[in-house]
Design a protein around this ligand. Structure first.
Ligand code: NAI
Ligand code: UGA
Length: 437
């Protein structure tokens, strides 16, 4: 089968490479010429564990191009994996999806299945079908299928090769049969449904996970007030199989390219249909506040950050990715800078992308120790293994004032006590050094 993929971001590229791994010939299309040139050398333009190796292994079945006409003309199946970012009003911006739909309609010269992998609001597949059928340059049959993606960044390759499920939303038999053939060697449960249900499965899944995190964060905040410990609380909750032990990590809020935008998009869609979805609205609000939780705690120690040296460990929205989209670091660091702090930051892979989003005067350090040197306060925004594995005594040894505000609960409280530092985390008691008599 001749497969094309539009968009070579986290979803498009990983999909293309994993389809090639299962023996398909795949042409990956992107508008970004620079990206295409990098990929032609067998190098992934995004940081995703295992992707480079899998790309290199399958280069003979992979083609990278900006020439969409040539790529789509003879394709049997075309996946759309372009971005659907958030618009100002919270709704999904479908500009890129429609652009690709138009390009496909103008290019295809044989019957083909167009698979919408991008996350799109319920009903979009129907609209894309009408849009494309009105624009077909040749008298061919085109079927639109919804095939939402559930991979997470940092584990994208594994999540695709061993997917939790493959959801195929179609309105006719033929595209369903073709897609089952495409995925026949993927070892995952397959659910065949209609397009609107497939579209809803994606939003309902992401928003449920976001809701779970906001719920746990609210419980964590209450734990601080009533003297409970969120780590023990979530451990205790997680034993119950009905609750599950995943996505119960309290912290400084969810970020990333999807939870923030997909919660807002579903909330917008519900309101648009006179159907307010209160739980998701609450999850969004809780998350917005949670991002500033550490700054509020820091005010206990310093009125503002003027003249202070602030050390920041972790810039990306989670470990295992170089992605900065909606990362808590992006809203916190500007506060330090506006106050007049000297900011030193460390991240193993996120610095390049951070510089593109924040042009403030920041010293980027090569090591954690260098970042902590002479700092008055340290903020942890990402639980990179290098941070979690750090000996807490390093904080005391390097910092001028060892005050650590941890947004990801990286350390056991007892260890911080032994290290003699001030340590505040999320949903747990504050650690203060023992007072000398
Ligand atoms: N990032 C993630 O972990 C996941 C994302 N999704 C969804 O998948 C979609 C894509 O997300 P990402 O991969 O993160 O996006 P991304 O922003 O990383 O990549 C999109 C790519 O599409 C390219 N592009 C734009 N217009 C194009 C065109 N006309 N033809 C060809 N390429 C074009 C861009 O240059 C870019 O390389 C979104 O709807 C997102 O919600 C779903 C599951 C996971
Ligand atoms: O649609 C998407 O894009 C994807 O969104 C998420 O994947 P991703 O955003 O890559 O990362 P997650 O691991 O889900 O983390 C998202 C955010 O939630 C936070 N999080 C996660 C888990 C948790 O227990 N607590 C918590 O605060 C993380 O720190 C991170 O900021 C989902 O996990 C994927 O299934 C989905 O396909």
């Amino acid at each position: 089968m001749n497969i094309a993929v539009a968009g070579t971001g986290y979803v498009g590229l990983v999909t293309g490479v994993c389809l090639a791994e299962h023996g398909h010939g795949v042409t990956c299309v992107d508008v970004d010429q620079q990206k295409v040139e990098i990929m032609r050398k067998g190098i992934s333009p995004i940081f995703e564990p295992g992707l480079d190796e899998l790309m290199l292994k399958n280069m003979e079945r992979l083609t990278f191009t900006t020439d969409y006409k040539a790529a789509y003309r003879e394709a049997d199946v075309i996946f759309i994996g372009v971005g659907t970012p958030e618009k100002r009003d919270g709704s999904a911006n479908l500009t890129y999806v429609y652009e690709v739909a138009g390009q496909i309609a103008a290019s295809i010269e044989r019957d083909c299945v167009v698979v919408v992998k991008s996350t799109v609001p319920i009903g979009t597949n129907d609209k894309i079908e009408a849009y494309m059928k009105a624009r077909l340059a040749h008298p061919v049959q085109v079927w639109i299928a919804s095939n939402p993606e559930f991979l997470a960044q940092g584990t994208a390759v594994q999540d695709t090769l061993h997917a939790s499920r493959i959801v195929i939303g179609v309105e006719e038999d033929k595209p369903g049969v073709i897609l089952q053939e495409v995925y026949k060697d993927f070892d995952a449960p397959k659910l065949l449904t209609n397009r609107r249900s497939a579209e809803m499965i994606k939003y309902a899944s992401n928003d449920f996970l976001a809701l779970k995190i906001s719920y746990v964060n609210e419980i964590a905040n209450l734990c601080e007030t009533v003297g409970a410990d969120i780590e023990d609380v979530t451990k205790g909750m997680g034993f119950d199989g009905r609750i599950g032990n995943q996505f119960l990590r309290a912290g400084i809020g969810y970020g990333g390219s999807c939870f923030p935008k997909d919660t807002k998009a579903l909330s917008w869609l519900a309101s648009f249909n006179d159907n307010e979805i209160k739980t998701i609205k609450a999850a969004i609000e809780v998350n917005e506040n949670q991002k500033y939780r550490l700054i509020k705690k820091a005010r206990k120690y310093y009125e503002d950050f003027k003249g202070l040296t602030v050390a920041v460990l972790g810039l990306t929205f989670k470990p295992g990715t170089d992605d900065l989209r909606e990362a808590p670091s992006l809203v916190n660091i500007p506060v330090f800078l506006e106050d007049g702090a000297i900011v030193k930051a460390w991240d193993p892979v996120g610095v390049g992308n951070f510089k593109k989003k924040c042009d403030g005067d920041i010293s980027y350090c090569e090591s954690i120790e260098e970042t902590l040197q002479d700092a008055d306060i340290c903020f942890i925004f990402t639980e990179w293994p290098q941070v979690k594995e750090l000996d807490p005594h390093i904080f005391a040894a390097c910092m001028k004032h060892p005050i650590i505000l941890d947004g990801r609960n990286c350390y056991e409280l007892e260890r911080m006590e032994q290290a003699g530092v001030i340590y505040e985390s999320i949903g747990r008691r504050a650690v203060q050094p023992a007072k000398e008599n």
